[in-house]
Each structure stands twice: as structure tokens, then as C-alpha cells.
Design a protein around this ligand. Structure first.
Ligand code: ZN
Length: 226
């Protein structure tokens, strides 16, 4: 018998690749869910180019129903739904990093048909870089919600966990919003990137990560047991 020294099994490789860099056991407990939560659901970059187009992430396809489950629950509960959408112009610096994608006014920059925003009800926030807050109206919109009391807790769904979701979570933290990542309603190009994205925001921004079923219950006023 020849021993296969130095070779890892596929399972060992996978276990290594999926080891979280940000150990979840080191994450601080997130905020306290209390009666003062005023939620807003942020759907990030669920656009044609991001799912099936220029920079497609087909790993997201099976999760579209998870996003729509939370969107439906939010709408039913009267929780504001905000779409944060890339709307690039040729001069955008980000396009030196990426292929042209989600260009303003194109099919690639439209929200996928499964998640079509409700006209006159949902909010649309065009953006030109990773963070949903950067040079956008998002903060202004959030502060105007709930009769000007403002939303104070953001639920994040969409793409990518380790890029626009992560940068949005950072800017939310800087502005004192609490953040919940809907972990089965976000994705990235690889499993490792997905896990790193989620654990990073849990570690650094006191974010919580919950399932779409839990998120649907949360927006409907059902307290979660943590
Ligand atoms: Zn972009």
C-alpha cells in the first residue's frame, strides 16, 4: 500500500477553506432586541448583472426566495423596504476594479424581476460604490422614517456579504444604526467569502446574523430568543 503523504482529503481542504477567520465565539453579543426597534429592510444589489449578468453570482439564485420572504414580511408589517442599487457611470472609480456592471439606465442595473420594487411604496437608493451610504440619500431617508423618529435597525440582504453588505454595515455602525444580516439571504462568489463577510460584520460591528425565517418574524414584531 502506498501512503499518500502530504495530500489532504477533499473534506480536509474544505474544512480549512471554510474555517472562519473571525471566530464567531469571539464576537460580542449584539444589541438587545427591545420594543424600541424601528426596522428598515435594505436589499442590496439584487440586480440582473449581479445575479445572471456581467458579474454574475449564481450562488445567489437559490436564495432569491429567502430575500423575497423577508421583503414580503416587511411589507405586510409596514416595515420600510429600501433597495440599494448600483447605478454606475463610466467615470466611476470602482470600474477600474470591476468590469462595467449595473450601468445606470441599463437592464443590468435593474432589480431582478422576482424582487421588483413596489412603485411609490419602496424606496430606491442608487449608489456608485460599495457602501449604500456613500454619497447617497440613504441616511436622510432612514431618518425620515417612522414619522421622523427614524429607523434605528437595519436588516441587510443581498450581495455581496463581504463587499457592499459589509461596507454598508460599516457605515451603519459609524452612524449608530444597529445591523442584522439575514444570513441565508446574502451571498458571495465563494463559500469562504460568504462566511468571512458575515463573521467580519459580526465581529467588528456588533451585527447579529439571523435566518430569513427569523427576520420575517422579527419585522412582524415577534421577539427572538437569543
Ligand atoms: Zn459596483
Amino acid at each position: 500500500m502506498v501512503l499518500d503523504h502530504g495530500k489532504e482529503s477533499a473534506a480536509e481542504k474544505l474544512a480549512k477553506a471554510e474555517s472562519p477567520i473571525y471566530d464567531p465565539s469571539l464576537c460580542k453579543r449584539p444589541f438587545v432586541y427591545d420594543a424600541k426597534r424601528r426596522y428598515a429592510l435594505l436589499v442590496v444589489d439584487m440586480l440582473n448583472d449581479f445575479i445572471t449578468g456581467a458579474i454574475k453570482c449564481e450562488r445567489m439564485i437559490p436564495k432569491i426566495s429567502h430575500v423575497s420572504h423577508v421583503v414580503d414580511a416587511a411589507r405586510q408589517a409596514g416595515v420600510p423596504v429600501i433597495y440599494s442599487n448600483d447605478a454606475h457611470r463610466r467615470s466611476d472609480f470602482e470600474l477600474y476594479r470591476w468590469l462595467p456592471h449595473a450601468m445606470q439606465g441599463t437592464w443590468g442595473g435593474e432589480v431582478i424581476k422576482e424582487l421588483t420594487p413596489k412603485n411609490g411604496k419602496d424606496h430606491l437608493v442608487p449608489k456608485r460604490s460599495y457602501s449604500s451610504f456613500y454619497e447617497t440619500d440613504l441616511d436622510h431617508i432612514l431618518r425620515g422614517l417612522y414619522d421622523e423618529e427614524g429607523a434605528n435597525t437595519l436588516l441587510l440582504a443581498g450581495l455581496h456579504a463581504d463587499c457592499c453588505v459589509r461596507h454598508t454595515a460599516a457605515d451603519a455602525f459609524f452612524r449608530r444604526y444597529e445591523v442584522v444580516v439575514v444570513e441565508d439571504a446574502v451571498e458571495s462568489f465563494t463559500e469562504a467569502q460568504l462566511r468571512i463577510g458575515i463573521e467580519y460584520v459580526r465581529y467588528w460591528y456588533l451585527a447579529d446574523a439571523i435566518s430569513s425565517k427569523e427576520a420575517a418574524r422579527l419585522v412582524q414584531g415577534i421577539r427572538l430568543v437569543h
